[in-house]
Design a protein around this ligand. Structure first.
Ligand SMILES: Cc1cc2nc3c(=O)[nH]c(=O)nc-3n(C[C@H](O)[C@H](O)[C@H](O)COP(=O)(O)O)c2cc1C
Length: 257
């Protein structure tokens, strides 16, 4: 009997593909240079120093059990701004670097298959104290924000690309995660794609938990118009494309348990 589309697409969730791969033929095994751990940028592009992990204030404390217990998706925000300390904390908590093992390998605060970390983080700053509105990219190695561009009518365009989900622009900042799949494919070839999707789930879960330390909330967003979102972020949609987003905003002190 012919495979149904559902059965065919379920294959993505399995690891059967691994047995079909000749790992001696991957780019890594063929001696191809590893891709950079961070998307390169022009040295002259303006960058903003973030608050270093040992220097930020106003974060927590919140114990892990409380953070896990309280975590929930928030789609309503109070309209208060985030501080630069808080944004620095969130960026570190989602993609910060723990240790560089060699020029091509870093360990971050989240796990990643083979430590390949095939993700980039963009933020649209809407209401962050001391930071001009616009699109930025997080540079984990430098712990800086790279200014990307200012987009006229950004709120409306984000909502449109998020298929009308208007809560996405009602917080202080929107996180967008793209993937550069080759960073994972270099080692895992066709077995790269499922693990990239798993990786970004860890990242967003850290965002949810970190929000608990700054009286903020977030909501994972997996439904969006792929082409519009990629155009908005100015990524090519092939070697780099959007895979997930999440708004962050302040929430009222009273929460559902
Ligand atoms: C992969 C993924 C995609 C999601 N996409 C959306 C989305 O596009 N829009 C939305 O409002 N919520 C989205 N959510 C949030 C879920 O609706 C939410 O997690 C779920 O209702 C459970 O609620 P809780 O997070 O408060 O426990 C998504 C969650 C996940 C994990």
């Amino acid at each position: 009997m012919a495979e149904s589309p559902l059965q065919r697409y379920r294959y993505f969730l399995k690891d059967s593909v691994r047995k079909t791969i000749d790992f001696s033929r991957t780019d890594q095994h063929q001696g191809v240079e590893p891709p950079p751990v961070e998307k390169p940028f022009a040295a002259e592009t303006p960058r903003v120093d973030l608050v270093a992990p040992d220097a930020w204030s106003g974060i927590g404390p919140v114990d892990v059990e409380t953070a896990i217990r309280r975590r929930q998706s928030h789609r309503q925000f109070s309209g208060e701004p985030l501080s630069l300390d808080e944004l620095s904390f969130l960026l570190w908590a989602t993609q910060g670097i723990r240790r560089q093992l060699d020029p091509a390998t870093v360990l971050r605060v989240v796990p990643s298959a083979g430590a390949r970390h095939a993700l980039e983080t963009y933020v649209c700053v809407l209401n962050v104290e001391g930071l001009e509105s616009g699109f930025y990219r997080y540079l984990p190695l430098e712990h800086q924000l790279l200014f990307e561009f200012q987009e006229p009518d950004a709120r409306r365009k984000i909502v449109h690309a998020a298929m009308g989900q208007s809560f996405v622009v009602q917080g202080a900042v929107v996180f967008f995660w793209t993937t550069i799949p080759y960073r994972m494919e270099w080692r895992y070839d066709l077995a790269a794609h499922k693990v990239i999707a798993i990786d970004v789930g860890h990242v967003c879960q850290n965002l949810y938990l970190a929000c608990e330390a700054i009286h903020s909330g977030t909501c994972a967003v997996g439904a969006y118009d792929q082409e519009l979102m990629d155009q908005l972020l100015r990524v090519d949609g092939n070697d780099e494309f959007t895979i997930y987003l999440a708004p962050v905003g302040k929430v009222d002190g009273t929460r559902a348990s």
